[in-house]
Design a protein around this ligand. Structure first.
Ligand code: AMP
Ligand code: ZN
Length: 480
């Protein structure tokens, strides 16, 4: 498989350190608010990568942190403490906020068919590990104490800006007009490993350390959590593109200074989901959640399809129009699959499978081209082969794409026979098989003069925002 590596700025053949095994690390969410669908774009694409590696036969171990301490509103150690901000907003404790939004995050992931990583580790559970690594960085001269805080000294590295050859002045922290310079830093790019002098008097979470009572900086958690569970050599590190600098740059600096050798070989960065106004972000308060999409009648898996239809290294612009198109495409796909005969006992055609599989694999082997991989679903549906072969292939492809197509098709099939019995009337709508099936069930109930059941179904449809109009030619439905 070829993957674009942000370190080398080119596509490279993926070769893990240990044959057959992949050690994968993902920056987890900062749990002070709901994840927005931009964050979830990153996790969807990382999920496809993990599933494809597993499908390709690798034994994958994936680790994710949960940032429940230390993340300030600017990634460069300035601004408000994000967790504290969330706690104040909701009049709760930091730990209550962390628990609530961690659970909400995994509930969203489940709706989007994102697998939970093998290890999920909140940062607050690893303070001793942070202290161990920071102590060594101080002993070996990579870190220094100033004004009570411990800083990483970026001047000790041969090369600090590893992802891009940024102009140091352009990126230098503290030179932006709106950012107050930290006078303790020896170099502008230095970053905090441990805070004891906090500007937040009400800092909720503090721990004892050799440098005084305080709390860790944000970057140290990912290095330590990765090394704790995956050892000294990491194959793939994932995250959204905004994490490349300074977060991942700092992770590399401190991990390699600590280990004394190269740490991670491949850096997989997912580009942003933007709105027409720019990047979607939690801190700006203007963001869309999975629940909001559901309230508007969208299936979360239609959003997953929307993400898969574009390449992870391209900025994706969100609009309801684009999402509507993905939702329609999703419903059509499910409908077509529902029309296949699951009882077809014809032996699976291995030759046809191989040809279809090759195209699918070629797409993902080329830097995870999910858009092309999605088209292989249509190739399967169009192929001149048995329904049994098609269903087997669709199941195989969807074990990677994670669109939940077979269970969704099964639901449609299960809903249809009840309504179909003796059904002659037409249904006109927006092509949603589930709604069509409900409308047909109501028609059937009316035919049987079961008015209570017919009214119950109408109420159910109304609560889903569906309006029905009975006409001579049949029933028209629309979303309000
Ligand atoms: P956070 O919860 O802010 O730490 O972010 C969680 C993940 O979402 C990180 O990998 C970020 O890089 C990523 N991310 C943040 N904003 C976006 C966005 N608009 N589009 C895609 N990924 C994002
Ligand atoms: Zn991280």
């Amino acid at each position: 498989m070829k993957l674009y590596n942000s370190l080398s700025h080119r596509k490279e053949e993926f070769v893990p350190n240990e044959p057959g095994k992949v050690k994968m690390y993902t920056c987890g969410p900062t749990v002070y608010h709901f994840a927005h669908i931009g964050n979830l774009r990153s996790y969807i694409m990382e999920d496809v990568l993990e599933k494809y590696l597993r499908y390709s036969g690798y034994d994958v171990k994936r680790v994710m942190n949960i940032t429940d301490v230390g993340h300030l509103s600017s990634d460069a150690d300035t601004g408000e403490d994000k967790m504290l901000k969330g706690a104040k907003r909701e009049h709760k404790t930091v730990m209550e906020i962390a628990k609530y939004y961690t659970d909400a995050f995994f509930a969203d992931c489940a709706k989007l068919n994102i697998k939970t990583p093998d290890v999920v580790q909140p940062a607050t559970g690893c303070i001793d590990d942070f202290i161990k690594v920071i102590s060594k960085l101080l002993d070996t001269g990579y870190a220094y104490i100033a004004g009570g805080n411990v800083y990483f000294d970026t001047s000790k590295l041969e090369r600090y800006y590893v992802f891009q050859d940024f102009d140091q002045e352009d990126l230098a922290v503290g030179v932006r007009d709106d950012v107050e310079a930290d006078q303790n830093k020896r170099n502008k790019a230095d970053f905090v490993l441990w805070f004891t002098k906090s500007k937040f008097e009400d800092q909720a979470l503090k721990w004892d350390s050799p440098w005084g009572v305080g709390y860790p900086g944000w970057h140290i958690e990912c290095s330590c959590i990765s090394m704790k569970y995956l050892g000294e050599y990491l194959d793939i590190h994932c995250g959204g593109i905004d994490n490349a600098f300074p977060h991942h740059t700092n992770e590399i600096a401190q991990s390699e200074a600590y280990l004394g050798h190269k740490w991670c070989n491949y850096w997989f960065h997912v580009h942003h989901l933007n709105t027409n106004h720019g990047k979607m972000s939690k801190s700006s308060g203007e963001f869309l959640t999975v629940s909001l999409l559901e309230e508007k009648g969208y299936d979360p898996l239609a959003y997953r399809l929307f993400c898969l239809q574009s390449h992870y290294r391209k900025t994706l612009v969100f609009s309801y129009e684009n999402l509507d198109n993905a939702a329609k495409a999703y419903r059509k796909l499910v409908d077509k699959i529902a029309a296949l005969d699951p009882k077809d006992a014809t032996p699976v055609d291995a030759e046809a499978e191989t040809a279809l599989r090759e195209k699918f694999r070629a797409a993902l082997d080329n830097d995870l081209n999910t858009a092309l991989a999605v088209t292989s679903l249509y190739d399967v549906l169009k192929a001149k082969t048995s329904d049994s072969t098609k269903l087997a292939m669709l199941g195989e492809i969807d074990s990677v794409l994670g669109l939940g197509l077979l269970p969704a098709a099964e639901k449609v099939r299960a809903a249809k026979p009840k309504a179909a019995a003796g059904q002659t009337e037409a249904v006109f709508g927006e092509g949603d098989p589930e709604i069509d099936a409900l409308v047909l069930q109501r028609q059937q109930a009316r035919k049987e003069k079961n008015w209570a059941e017919a009214d119950r179904i109408r109420d159910e449809l109304t609560s889903m925002g569906i309006t029905l109009v009975d006409t001579k030619e049949g029933v028209h439905w629309s979303r309000s």
